[in-house]
Design a protein around this ligand. Structure first.
Ligand code: ARG
Length: 394
């Protein structure tokens, strides 16, 4: 019996590898590189040490940027107005890669390390079922046995292995788009996050005294350059995570509604994501008609909800993406942002498709409605409201 395990090299998936072997499985491990700053050679080495028969490291950073992050930017994707969906976006891609290897290796089952309390199990299982069919055997020992971190550590010790990072106080999930930190003292929403949970951002108080000013170029809603230098999206995201993080911008601390009926306190770092979404939104405001702008917000929110809630396979996602792409056809131009001690401000924007006319808005020249036109417009504009208000004696 052969199983393909989504392996991160962490405590739980390492224990799962051993459990699967105990059950008599031949275990093939797969680590998908979505930009987590792990020592991937070390992860491979650990997999073999623990008894994997074969290990795959799949570099998917470029694909993650081009096919997933670009969509998130075009849809200004922020779940419940805050979370840029880093973990949520990477799961369908990881699941797709696991499914590919499972097919190639003729595996009898696939395995992952998700708990029964989280969103990730939904994201993994549905995409696995989509690719491998309804009869796919999905083994999730943490979910099935209620494995705690201490129990995982015990399993490793029982087999004579030193548990990796037992002293880790938090559950961290990292990729190009965001770093998610959960657990430990963060489980108390009344406690501020200790400085030790952050790795990508400096505390704003310690940011440099000189502001960072960046010009971001967009083409059809996707970032294509920084300070006039053309770069692919992966490079832009990596660069902004570093530069903007050094200026103390990109921290998120909020209460999130999970799919599984729980509220959780989540802390994230996402300097590039927040910067690019803020800049993109600003450019949309320059370009869109008021109706487009208001409708786009509905599309964005629906897309973010589907992705967060693990419904990557929902057909409506594709419909929304078509509309989002259609609107983003006009979102080309440049946005200048200033980052100073944890605060980001958009300070300039321009676009060949700008709906803004300096001549029209200028008080000293250009178009003026006549007094008659303005008065007539106001009368008609307010008619519904005035009639209703009067008839109700409000
Ligand atoms: N709450 C976030 C989400 O559902 C982050 C999950 C992070 N996962 C983790 N293993 N720490 O997308």
């Amino acid at each position: 019996m052969r199983v393909v395990l989504a392996y991160s090299g962490g405590l739980d998936t390492s224990a799962i590898l051993l459990l699967l072997k105990e059950k008599g499985y031949e275990v093939i491990t797969v680590t998908v590189d979505v930009g987590q700053e792990d020592d991937l050679a070390g992860v491979e080495e650990r997999a073999y040490k623990l008894g994997a028969s074969k290990h795959y490291t799949i570099n998917a950073t470029r694909e993650f940027a081009e096919k997933y992050i670009s969509k998130a930017i075009k849809a200004n994707a922020l779940y419940e107005d805050k979370y840029p969906l880093g973990t949520a976006l990477a799961r369908p891609l990881i699941a797709e890669k696991i499914a590919e290897i499972a097919k190639k290796e003729g595996a009898d089952a696939v395995a992952h390390g998700c708990t029964s309390k989280g969103n990730d199990q939904v994201r993994f299982d549905l995409v696995l079922r989509y690719h491998l069919g309804d009869d796919v055997k999905i083994i999730a020992p943490v979910r099935e046995l209620g494995l705690t971190r201490a129990a995982s550590a015990n399993i490793l010790q029982r087999h004579g292995f030193e548990p990796p990072g037992v002293h880790k106080k938090y559950s961290v999930d990292e990729n190009l788009w965001s770093r998610s930190i959960e657990g430990g003292v963060l489980d108390d929403p009344a406690t501020p996050p200790p400085e030790e949970v952050f790795a990508w951002t400096v505390p704003p108080e310690k940011a440099p005294d000189e502001p960072l000013v960046l010009k971001i170029g967009f083409s059809k809603g996707v970032p294509i350059s920084i300070n006039n230098e053309k770069m692919d999206l992966e490079k832009i995201v990596r660069l902004l995570n570093r530069l903007v993080g050094l200026h103390g911008y990109g921290r998120i601390d909020h209460i999130e509604n999970r799919v599984v009926g729980l509220k959780s306190r989540e802390v994230y770092e996402a300097p590039a994501a927040l910067t690019l979404i803020e800049a993109h939104r600003d450019l949309e405001k320059l370009v869109y008609t008021p109706r487009e702008l208001r409708f786009k917000k509905i599309l964005d929110q629906e897309w973010s909800d589907l992705v967060y809630q693990g419904l990557w396979i929902e057909p409506l996602r594709l419909v929304i993406e078509k509309a989002v792409d259609e609107l983003n056809k006009w979102v080309s131009g440049e946005v200048v942002v200033k980052v100073y001690k944890g605060l980001l401000t958009v300070i300039a924007r321009s676009s060949e498709y700008s709906g803004y006319s300096k001549d029209l808005i200028d008080y000293d020249k250009g178009w003026y409605p006549s007094a008659e036109e303005a008065e007539g417009f106001i009368k008609i504009w307010g008619m519904h409201s005035l009639v209703a208000t009067r008839s109700r004696n409000l």
